[in-house]
Ligand binder design. Structure first.
Ligand SMILES: Cc1ncc(COP(=O)(O)O)c(C=O)c1O
Length: 299
């Protein structure tokens, strides 16, 4: 299934098409991994906070879930490596923090981890400074590492629902036996192929996001917020009076994600905007700064 997309991806990543499984978004592939490797008394280790679907699938299949608190906003890979598990999920860059681990630290983790299968979710990797030098794709040949990718982020195709898994042919065969046969429509497949072939547009959009990420981080820092260094298409910032700030931004036409809903209270996660969006945020923060001495709760 999805032969043309798989061939295009195989060329891009230097793997064979039988190492690729296309899914209805990478979330479907996370579900398939859960059904295949966690159902019937399995165990999973992931970060705390984790990307939500990692704990959702664990709960659905009744797996034992161990969440390891972040350390300095990063996965605590040394602590995660000590946990015995059927699957270890590492999200790189992480959601909701945007922090990144180098390939060297991933290699060290894989060598020392007690997990049987390590799933590296690279949904946001195209936004990092050195995607080729960071990706874990070259580690998938061992049969112990699988890499998740999606067209929802850097390719801007979230609504079309298409993502993919890179893994050993054996893992791909296992997942194919339990997958719904026609979960990815032909429109999504055609759009994915077109997007893969237009590298110029892809690179321009990625560079635009990365430049605006720098501008957004600087803007937030200039307002005194502590900004987590991001390698993603969003920025997490620690803010005082988070609820009131979020409401102020909302009334100013800016929607941000409350960190409290992502397991990081006292923060906001701001998606990297367009130039016009940056101006809107700048104006909203200026009016916020003007009123904050009167309204901010220092606690
Ligand atoms: C880390 C991570 N993985 C996977 C996904 C799911 O992406 P998809 O749209 O491909 O299902 C998301 C979406 O927010 C995500 O943040």
């Amino acid at each position: 299934m999805a032969d043309e997309v798989r061939q295009e991806l195989a060329r891009l990543h230097g793997v064979s098409p039988d190492q690729i499984l296309i899914g209805n978004g990478s979330d479907e592939l996370i579900y398939l991994l859960g059904w295949a490797y966690l159902a019937g008394g399995g165990s999973v280790v992931c970060a705390d906070p984790a990307y939500r679907m990692n704990t959702v699938i664990g709960t659905i299949v009744n797996a034992r879930i161990t969440q390891v608190p972040l350390r300095d906003w990063h996965h605590d890979l040394a602590a995660m490596a000590r946990i015995e598990a059927d699957i270890a999920f590492v999200v790189n860059p992480h959601n909701p923090t945007g922090t990144l681990h180098s390939r060297e630290s991933l290699v060290r983790f894989i060598e020392s981890s007690r997990a049987k299968l390590i799933v590296v979710d690279e949904a946001y990797i195209d936004f990092c400074d050195d995607p080729e030098g960071t990706t874990a794709i070259s580690l998938t040949g061992s049969g112990r590492v699988a890499v998740l990718r999606t067209f929802s982020k850097a390719h801007g195709m979230a609504g079309l629902r298409i993502g993919y898994l890179l893994a050993s042919p054996e893992i791909i065969r296992t997942l194919r036996t339990i997958r719904p046969p026609f979960s990815v429509g032909t429109l999504a497949q055609a759009a994915a192929v077109a997007s893969l072939r237009d590298r110029t547009h892809f690179t321009e959009m990625r560079d635009y996001v990365c430049a605006n990420r720098t501008a957004l981080s600087e803007l937030l820092a200039a307002h005194g917020f502590s900004v987590v260094p991001s390698q993603s298409n969003f920025v997490l910032a620690e803010v005082p009076a988070a609820d009131r700030l979020i409401e102020h931004l909302r009334l100013s036409g800016v929607a941000v994600r409350p960190g409290a809903s992502l397991g990081v209270p006292g923060t906001v996660r701001v998606s990297v905007p367009s130039h016009a969006g940056l101006e809107l945020i700048a104006a909203a923060l200026t009016t916020w700064a003007a009123q904050i001495p009167a309204t901010a709760d220092p606690a």
